[in-house]
Design a protein around this ligand. Structure first.
Ligand SMILES: NC(=O)c1ccc[n+]([C@@H]2O[C@H](COP(=O)([O-])OP(=O)(O)OC[C@H]3O[C@@H](n4cnc5c(N)ncnc54)[C@H](OP(=O)(O)O)[C@@H]3O)[C@@H](O)[C@H]2O)c1
Length: 428
């Protein structure tokens, strides 16, 4: 057998200990598949004394992950510390500058600095892999960069944050408001103490940016995306959407519009019977649409120790086999910026109004929509007791801009009792 691949592991938290567990449990299997042993030689974390439930006694220790990356006995650095900059980025730069392969689960760093790091890796002819950074255990980066490489990709759709999907599905199942379900999710460990990154859509948007960059061969930055979280999704909208045959999901969509790219992460209605509509709990799903292959649906665990470490070890084995590919599926220098689409693609919208229950009110709402050239597909007044009536409308396809103009007019009517709600209905 050839010489072992020697790993320096930076980070011994949830994912890092998972990597240790897989490599210890499956040393023989990994060596057989890689064609050579894969060995951890040294590790780094903040606290050396903490019991992590795995045996680290055979490994060297470095307090500083950059020193770990510079060790002469390390061929490949696995970074599972996290953080967009700071030690994670310094470790990546040190590893790649030293001609070492680099594997990371760090979506924040890759979404911000991935292309620069890819350029650095390519200059040194070493691998930079980040499968674990997108959709945890689902091998979607590999699917895009390898299996689907012969296709022009038209659209990438994803439910990429398990916490959000868990919260939205529990709200519906338990008839419970957002704040109550979020608190329960935090108690159960499905949501962080500071959940803003997850529920605000940032975490999922970082993953979508990475997928879109690979899919379209153009850098897609967070700043060019529409990003909206689930904080304002109300139980009423979840229930009304269900009555109309839809589910509300935090949905990422990246698609081409001529030469431009549009990427958005926002709550959307999807048909209840569609694969994404059926997605429950923390599971992730990615749909890839290629011009020759058609539609590929991937789903599975998007986070957690085992799935994330599984993706890392998959990357490590590829590197041990000698596979060095451009990290984003083509050389970083060839990733040419595409313009941002000027407007979201037209779509149907779900609208909810709270209106005074009086003669002629619905006609005034319909007229405001009609004046903006928006036609109504379905309209329903919800049963109610008091003087105000919730009214639901599903529009035909429309641009967002005239819709917003019409909603502003309706919001100004004396019969409109609260700000109208508009949620995009995504055709899947
Ligand atoms: N958890 C998941 O399900 C999941 C899924 C996909 C991707 N990821 C990504 O994987 C990465 C790690 O996540 P995690 O959940 O494993 O995090 P975690 O449990 O918080 O672990 C982070 C580890 O990094 C170490 N660390 C932090 N700063 C360090 C420094 N300056 N020097 C050395 N070590 C340092 C910590 O050391 P101490 O233990 O001593 O504090 C800890 O062992 C993140 O980029 C995350 O976004 C995680």
């Amino acid at each position: 057998m050839t010489a072992p691949l020697r790993i320096g592991l930076a980070g011994l938290g949830t994912v890092g200990t998972g990597v240790v567990r897989i490599l210890q449990t499956h040393a023989g299997l990994v060596a057989a598949r890689a064609g050579r042993p894969v060995e951890i030689v040294a590790v780094s974390a903040r606290s050396r004394r903490r019991d992590r439930g795995v045996d680290l006694s055979a490994y060297g220790w470095e307090d500083d992950p950059v020193a770990l990356a510079k060790r002469p006995d390390v061929d490949l650095v696995v970074e599972v510390m996290g953080g967009e900059d700071g030690p994670a980025r310094a470790t990546a730069q040190a590893a790649l500058a030293g001609g070492k392969h680099f594997v990371t689960a760090n979506k924040a760093m890759m979404a911000r600095h991935g292309i620069a790091l890819a350029g650095q890796a390519e200059a040194k002819s070493v691998a930079l892999r980040f499968e674990a950074a997108v959709a945890g255990g689902i091998p979607v980066v590999k699917a895009l960069t390898e299996g689907l490489a012969g296709n022009a990709i038209a659209r990438v759709i994803g439910v990429l944050n398990g916490t959000c999907n868990y919260i939205l599905t529990r709200m519906q199942a338990e008839d419970a408001p957002y704040a109550q379900v979020l608190e329960a999710a935090q108690r159960l460990g499905y949501a962080e103490a500071d959940p803003s990154f997850d529920v605000g859509g940032i975490d999922a948007a970082q993953k979508l940016a990475l997928l879109a960059t690979i899919a379209f061969g153009a850098p897609v930055e967070l700043e060019s995306m529409t990003v909206e979280g689930i904080e304002r999704v109300s139980l009423a909208d979840i229930e009304h959407a269900a009555e109309l045959g839809y589910r509300i999901k935090l949905l990422g969509v990246a698609e081409t519009a001529g030469a431009a790219i549009e990427a958005r992460m926002q709550p959307c209605l999807v048909p209840a019977g569609s694969p994404i509509g059926q997605l429950e709990g923390v599971t992730n799903m990615v749909i890839l649409e290629g011009d020759f292959v058609g539609r590929i649906v991937l789903s599975g665990p998007g986070a957690g120790e085992g799935p994330t470490a599984s993706a890392i070890v998959g990357d490590v084995i590829d590197i041990a086999r000698g596979l060095v590919l451009p990290p984003f599926g083509q050389p970083a220098a060839g990733l040419v910026a595409a313009p941002r689409a000027t407007a979201a693609a037209p779509a149907a919208y779900y609208l909810r109004f709270l209106l005074a229950d009086a003669p002629g009110v619905l006609a005034r709402v319909a007229a405001a929509l009609g004046e903006a050239d928006i036609s109504i597909n379905r309209m329903r007044q919800v049963e109610h007791d008091g003087p105000e009536a919730p009214v639901l409308i599903v529009t035909h396809h429309t641009e967002r801009q005239p819709l917003d103009a019409a909603l502003a007019v309706i919001a100004g009517l004396d019969v409109c009792r609260e700000a109208p709600v508009a949620i995009r209905i995504e055709a899947l």
